[in-house]
Ligand binder design. Structure first.
Ligand SMILES: [Zn+2]
Length: 308
């Protein structure tokens, strides 16, 4: 019998391939959640069915591939399916692989990352469609992050000691993350509202940052807000530029449609959903930036603390 690490060494493509396949399947399920949860429909029953009412056969429901084979049209009635479905499946698959590769020493942490990534993808696309993130993807994700931290302490890099000690430390780091992360954003929102005399960000964003920090620790708040704002600014500058150059009304490249074929509007001109930007900042921090932020904190400590 080969151990996990021996298998990984002998067949380096094996686990990333499994992560890709599993991610694509989860992405397919996220498509169901994104459409059904805001509509308050069951996410398990009935099974996948076309807008014409016919059930979709399993061989026409294979993530990414079926959409390509059917060229984006339903087999039963020929109605078009949005490219967003395979795009979400591919995005989830690629992020699952990236997450697996980011933590070669801690497969448990990678699996926790999959939970974070899945919830953030579903929450983001629901936010784009409906300008609201259901509590299950914010409060639910935060509670899940705290529980996972107690169960899998390597999520907060606590390992090597007694399990009970590691578990307590990781759980506390997670709860500290929730409190500091959401508290920081809450004060930011309150101060911006006092200055601007209007609503700056929704309280959904406060809950979302708290949930992300349950997984990343309190340091994640800087990436979620900083990187999130930078992505948001770039995204909308490009969209505005595109609109100016072509004279077209733009949806920032993310026009949404439900399986019923009804277009879902992206509110760009009036209000825009900030959740997806925060989510991207959070994922980037969890996968890559956390090392850099930890190094920065270490250097800051050397700079400010007198070393005898
Ligand atoms: Zn049909």
């Amino acid at each position: 019998m080969m151990s996990l690490s021996e298998t990984a060494a002998a067949f380096p493509w094996f686990f990333p391939s499994v992560a890709f396949f599993f991610g694509a399947c989860i992405g397919s399920f996220l498509n169901v959640c994104i459409y059904r949860i805001p509509a308050e429909k069951s996410i398990v029953y009935p099974g996948s069915h076309c807008a014409c009412g016919k059930p979709v056969a399993w061989h026409d429901n294979i993530p990414i591939l079926s959409w390509i084979f059917l060229r984006g049209h339903a087999r039963c009635c020929g109605r078009p399916f949005s490219i967003r479905y395979p795009a979400i499946e591919l995005l989830t698959a690629l992020l699952f692989v990236a997450c697996w590769l980011a933590f070669p020493e801690a497969p448990g942490k990678a699996v926790c990352g999959w939970v974070l990534i899945s919830a953030l993808i579903a929450g983001s696309f629901i936010d784009l469609d409906h300008m609201i993130i259901p509590d299950v993807f914010t409060i639910g994700l935060g509670v899940c992050g705290v529980l996972l931290s107690f169960a899998i302490p390597s999520l907060h890099d606590q390992h090597g000691g007694l399990f009970i000690v590691d578990s307590m430390r990781a759980g506390l780091l997670s709860m500290l993350g929730v409190i500091v992360g959401s508290g920081f954003v809450l004060w930011f929102v309150l101060i911006m509202e006092a200055i601007l005399k209007k609503e700056a960000m929704g309280f959904g964003d406060v809950k979302l940052v708290g949930a992300i920090c349950a997984f990343t620790g309190w340091q994640g708040v800087f990436s979620a807000l900083g990187v999130g704002s930078a992505i948001g600014l770039t995204w909308f500058s490009l969209a505005a530029l595109y609109g100016k150059l072509t004279g077209k009304k733009t949806h920032a490249g993310l026009k949404a449609a439900t399986p019923d074929g009804q277009p879902a509007e992206l509110g760009l001109s009036v209000q825009f959903p900030f959740g997806p930007m925060i989510a991207m900042g959070g994922v980037i921090h969890f996968l890559w930036l956390h090392r850099w932020v930890a190094e920065l904190a270490e250097q800051a400590k050397d700079l400010f603390l007198f070393q005898p």
